[in-house]
Design a protein around this ligand. Structure first.
Ligand code: DON
Length: 313
């Protein structure tokens, strides 16, 4: 069995030595202020351990990783009816692309590209004001982690509200096709605030545990059914890294969801919930060092959804 604590320490040292760290997201001005030197990692294991290294306690903007939690809530509200309004196919395009929406009549390819997540926010609004939906989302991630200190960075939400012209275009376009039920500003208010939730790697690894535990909360409660947990993991594997999802599956081999804040949540079903964070992004908008760290971790542990568990794993 691999010594996880030693492996995490090795990975933190290897990542600290990397010179090519990618570019910090600048299209959300508030995110451009983050120091690219950060690297953090945390692993919550199915047997209840929590191991961490590097800047694992520094909170960062979870951005698109919030789409996993928002999808979980939306499926709880409308179940499979969600799939009438959002697809389940990789898009092969950038996270903020609009090109497929016209040909596909305002139905986004999947719930993890921005257009799909905006529809999910529309579902989560459910006739209420954004503060109700945002409050529900915060309560959900606090319940998943057991940590009431998790909060929204209002400066990041305001920064994106002031500059999110592409998301405004996506939302207006889908509203024109009848695929948004609420006014665009309310839907985007919900979406921008959920993206502005801040968590540390340690908190994020805890939040992902239900996806490694067949939908169970470690305290014994049920968050989602086993089948739903499997399907969310399947979407993370096929769509969680946008037009680099195939490459991530090839290199890392486990479901993962990235965010432009530089975080990645990765799930090894039955074994581990992993969070990595390094703010520099590659050309696809995914954390450069986060991806490398997960590749190293998967190679050294043998963790993959494409191979059976190792002896004693
Ligand atoms: O809507 C946006 O552009 C951001 N709030 C989230 C995008 C994101 O995190 C893409 N992930 N790599």
């Amino acid at each position: 069995m691999v010594d996880l604590a030693a492996l995490i320490a090795d990975i933190a040292v290897a990542m600290a030595a990397q010179e090519e760290r990618g570019q910090v997201a600048s299209y959300i001005p508030e995110l451009a202020k983050i120091d690219p030197a950060h690297f953090g990692i945390a692993i919550a294991t199915a047997d209840g351990r929590l191991l961490a290294g590097g800047d694992a306690d520094t909170a960062f903007s979870i951005q698109s990783i919030s789409k996993v939690f928002a999808l979980t809530l939306a499926l709880g509200k409308v179940g499979d009816q969600l799939w009438d309004r959002v697809g389940r196919e990789p898009s092969g395009n950038a996270f903020n692309s609009i090109v497929q929406l016209e040909q596909e009549h305002g139905i986004p390819r999947n719930p993890f590209i921005n257009a799909g997540a905006i529809v999910v926010s529309d579902v989560n609004l459910g006739g209420h004001q954004p503060r109700v939906a945002i409050g529900e989302m915060l309560r959900f991630v606090r319940y998943l982690t057991g940590d009431d200190s998790i909060a929204i960075n209002e400066d990041v939400a305001a920064s994106e509200t002031g500059t999110g012209f592409r998301n405004m275009a996506l939302a207006n376009y889908m509203r024109a096709f009848g695929n948004l039920r609420h006014p665009v500003d309310l839907v985007l208010g919900t979406y921008f605030h959920q993206c502005a939730i801040e968590m540390s790697c340690r908190q994020l690894a805890l939040a992902g545990r239900y996806l490694m535990l067949d939908g169970r909360h470690p305290d014994g409660g049920r968050v989602v059914s086993p089948g739903r947990a499997r399907r969310i993991n399947a979407l993370m594997l096929t769509c969680g890294h946008y037009d680099a999802s195939g490459d991530f599956a090839f290199r890392v081999g486990i479901p993962g969801k990235s965010g432009v804040g530089g975080g990645i949540l990765a799930i090894v079903p039955g074994r581990a919930s992993i969070a990595v964070w390094s703010p520099g992004l590659n050309d696809n908008g995914n954390s450069q060092l986060g991806t490398q760290a997960l590749e190293l971790l998967a190679r050294r542990t043998g963790w993959s959804v494409f191979s059976p568990p190792e002896e004693g794993d």
